[in-house]
Design a protein around this ligand. Structure first.
Ligand SMILES: [Zn+2]
Ligand SMILES: [Zn+2]
Length: 173
């Protein structure tokens, strides 16, 4: 979805104030593709600041399905996107904020790219299905929230380490 910014540049006192829909259906990251399971309409307000400077405000809610860091089960994560950006269309895009302006194409505002950027900026550090997610077994891949498996990790078994310590003490004597 593109918004033509030239209107607000021609008529400075007439801000663009519209509600559009986004075409984003998924976000692809190194970990995989996260589908959009819910999205609200996008409210965008573009105001003229001075010369070719514009302020862009936006609001939208997007819900993505992202795998849990521990057990890989998909979790619904809400992104409450609130945009308050300031751009200068005259600014040489080679200098700074190259990424920030990637959602501007000539005099067009790429709403999807703008939202995409915001989601990446606000990406949660940790995705967990619950705080006490038990993850998956490293040996057999069993989801340990759903059941146990028969793999015994002896290196972490406290009883084994006691025996090991006793054995070590014997040798040292
Ligand atoms: Zn989990
Ligand atoms: Zn296992």
């Amino acid at each position: 979805m593109f918004i033509d910014l030239s209107d607000v540049l021609l008529e400075h006192h007439k801000p663009i104030d519209i509600v559009v829909s986004t075409d984003i259906t998924e976000v692809s990251m190194a970990q995989g593709v996260m589908p959009v399971i819910e999205k609200s309409p996008v409210h965008i307000v573009v105001k003229h600041v001075k010369q070719k400077e514009l302020s862009i405000e936006g609001e939208c809610k997007i819900v993505l399905k992202i795998p849990c860091d521990r057990c890989l089960e998909p979790v619904a994560i809400d992104f409450d996107i609130k945009i308050a950006n300031h751009i200068d269309l005259d600014e040489d895009s080679q200098t700074e904020e190259l990424d920030e302006k990637s959602y501007i194409d000539g005099y067009k505002l790429d709403v999807d790219k703008l939202l995409y950027n915001e989601m990446l900026i606000g990406w949660p550090m940790k995705i967990l299905c619950s705080d006490d997610c038990r993850g998956i077994c490293n040996t057999c891949g069993q989801n340990l929230n759903k059941g146990t498996c028969n793999c015994e990790d002896t290196s972490l078994d406290p009883r084994m380490s006691v025996i090991r310590d006793v054995f070590k003490n014997f040798k040292e004597v």
